[in-house]
Write a protein that binds this ligand. Structure first.
Ligand code: MRU
Length: 360
């Protein structure tokens, strides 16, 4: 298969020209085919999030924001209460598509706040304000990821080896990604990083997405199987691990793609620092610790049947398929946010990050 090198020219998520659809790259088709699909109905948006056609915490948030705007635009009433009640129904529906990435409810709540704060406005005015807010959420995502990249870059030096797990890249956000932001900024400056991308079973986000986008960007990326991280670390090839996250709890415990905690435990063994790249939209101070994070369980077929066309495991075998795991805060060297790098003790430093945010 010839790799298409232009994935970076496409928007992961966007609003179409006549504001009637969310346009996404269907990530289930990558890297073989770059296909854009338009989502118009609540069902289409919900399915796209659930099926991981659009995935990665920030991208889910942006898709949900555009999605709820489009659904709100279609609400046929001039009455505030009726409009708000219907909005809430659609919002709750979209919010039920995936449980772990807090950006989904974060973006939807932010959109709801627009309606709550503007109860004196007409319904057409509210629709305009919702459009503005959804665009703002995406523009902020781009700025935030770039800033995370700048802070992340201060943690490594030219020529370093960086390992990443899953895809916290441009395909998981609007531009730069979170964990890949230091890599892309380093690439702009000629840092010559050597990146190791874990394949990330069962859905292979590392192989299909991270390796694809980094390779397309000219980054020196090596794809490894999930069980190889100890070997590359033992060989001394990795100076830092950068990963994204789906929800950071108040004590620093971090949910990210299943397998992240294994990487963190291995990194501890080889004294490699693990950095979580976390926009504040992914930090949830109302969740006290990792035990309180709901971990999505996904269907067994992702484990038994999605390697090739044919089944790769015995019929009827029991399957455990959590989509995420929680990395204990004790294994994390730093949480890189757009307001600086939080260090242990995280229950203090994360509060300070939010205090900084509020002060701006
Ligand atoms: O199931 P996915 O593909 O949505 O999981 C994505 C991840 O775990 C990412 O690392 C996380 O959302 C951060 S994306 C910047």
């Amino acid at each position: 298969m010839e790799i298409q090198r232009n994935i970076m020219d496409y928007d992961t998520v966007s609003l179409d020209d006549d504001n009637s659809a969310v346009v996404i790259i269907d990530q289930t088709k990558l890297p073989g085919n770059i296909e854009l699909i338009s989502l118009k109905t609540a069902q289409e948006i919900w399915d796209a999030i659930y099926l991981l056609q659009v995935r990665g915490a920030p991208a889910i948030g942006v898709a949900a924001a555009y999605g709820i705007y489009i659904l709100a635009k279609g609400i046929d009433t001039q009455d505030y209460d009726t409009f708000y009640a219907e909005f809430k129904k659609q919002k709750e529906y979209l919010d039920s598509s995936r449980p772990t990435a807090v950006n989904l409810s974060w973006a939807l709540n932010r959109m709801e706040q627009v309606i709550i704060r503007n109860s004196d406005k007409t319904v057409p005015e509210l629709k305009q304000l919702l459009k503005k807010e959804s665009i703002k959420i995406q523009e902020e995502d781009i700025r935030v990821c770039r800033t995370i990249g700048e802070y992340g870059l201060s943690l490594v030096k030219p020529g370093d080896g960086i390992l990443t797990h899953c895809n916290a890249g441009k395909l998981a956000a609007s531009k730069y990604g979170t964990a890949t932001a230091p890599i892309y900024l380093g690439q702009e400056k000629g840092y010559g990083f050597r990146v190791f991308a874990d394949e990330t079973r069962p859905l292979l986000q590392g192989a299909r997405l991270t390796a694809f986008e980094l390779y397309a960007s000219g980054v020196d990326v090596t794809l490894i199987c999930d069980n190889m991280s100890a070997t590359v670390m033992k060989n001394g090839w990795v100076n830092a691990v950068f990963v994204g996250c789906d929800r950071v709890a108040a004590n620093g415990d971090t949910a990210n793609k299943i397998g992240t905690s294994v990487v963190a435990a291995v990194a501890k063994q080889y004294q490699v620092p693990v950095y979580i790249c976390a926009p504040t939209s992914t930090i949830d101070l109302s969740t006290p610790n990792g035990d309180a994070i709901k971990i999505e369980q996904r269907k067994p077929e992702e484990v038994t049947e999605m390697w090739y066309q044919e089944r790769m495991a015995p019929e009827g075998v029991k399957v455990f398929n959590p989509a995420f795991d929680v990395t204990d805060h004790s294994l994390i060297a730093g949480i890189v946010t757009e307001y600086g790098i939080a260090r242990a003790p995280y229950s203090e430093s994360l509060k300070e990050i939010f205090a900084k945010k509020e002060a701006i």
